[in-house]
Design a binder for this molecule. Structure first.
Ligand SMILES: Nc1ncnc2c1ncn2[C@@H]1O[C@H](COP(=O)(O)OP(=O)(O)OP(=O)(O)O)[C@@H](O)[C@H]1O
Length: 238
């Protein structure tokens, strides 16, 4: 088993961990091999790159971290709690309060404007709303601006925007209200390499300002240089 305790980039050892896993396994069904995941521990405010070939369980691991799946065995803790063991209501609340997710296909609400998509987490979480320190609309506008979405596009429906713009709106939605953790699943797969690098740099800079930890999944190992830590998935065994 590949076991990794990721040391803090600033050398401190007393910060509460954003994510800890140990002996984590998951099995979709009896016909498939058990997915076994490496142990790791990600300090607050740091970022981790998870890579590996197709089918090695990157998206499954992200769903385990997000509490959308429960492990077959082992432990997964976010901010010191095994929140996936809570009932559905508490799980949803924890996720809304503490986690921003950027999905592969962005999962934006198609009939809402760019700005309304970004403020959505503040409607689902009073914690995220108050953490903006201002009105959610102003916070959304600041993020849209920082992510280079022209003001003329803020009131457009997201379906009228380019893929690159939709991706940055998904990032703004994940960042608003400074959640402690962002989970990003291959959000750059549709972009060329210049735009991919620019997006990752922006995402990590904005996350850094908020002391937000980021787990970023990709099959493209060349992106690893942007991140504090990296883990390769690939051990799939029965
Ligand atoms: N909903 C599901 N039901 C059954 N099996 C699934 C389901 N989702 C994934 N799997 C299986 O679990 C394994 C891991 O899939 P997963 O999507 O986590 O891999 P991945 O590394 O993210 O792949 P990719 O890079 O292609 O997105 C694969 O064998 C896949 O077929």
């Amino acid at each position: 088993m590949n076991s990794q305790l990721l040391s803090s980039a600033d050398g401190s050892i007393d910060k509460p961990e954003a994510i800890e896993t140990s002996n984590l396994t998951f099995c979709w069904d009896r016909l498939q091999p058990t997915l076994r995941f490496p142990d790791f521990s990600l300090p607050r405010g740091e970022h981790l790159f998870l890579y590996g070939p197709s089918g090695t369980g990157k998206s499954t691991l992200l769903s385990l971290l997000a509490g959308m799946l429960s492990p077959a065995s082992g432990v997964v803790k976010l901010l010191g709690t095994e929140f996936h063991r809570s009932d559905a209501g508490k799980r949803d609340r924890f996720r809304a309060d503490h986690i921003g997710v950027i999905f592969q296909q962005f999962n934006l609400v198609p009939y809402l404007t760019a700005e309304a998509n970004v403020t959505l987490p503040c409607k689902l979480s009073s914690r995220r709303k108050s953490a903006t320190g201002e009105s959610p609309t102003l916070a959304a506008q600041r993020l849209l601006s920082a992510l280079a979405i022209p003001e003329s596009h803020w009131q457009r429906k997201v379906t009228q925007l380019s893929i690159g713009q939709q991706q940055r709106i998904a990032a703004a939605r994940a960042l608003i209200g400074a959640p402690e953790i962002i989970l990003a699943d291959e959000p750059t797969s549709a972009l060329d390499s210049d735009n991919r690098d620019r997006f990752i740099n922006l995402l990590l800079a904005l996350a850094g300002e908020r002391n937000t930890s980021v787990v970023f999944v990709s099959h493209d190992r060349s992106l690893a240089r942007h991140f504090h830590h990296q883990i390769e998935l690939g051990q799939v065994s029965a």
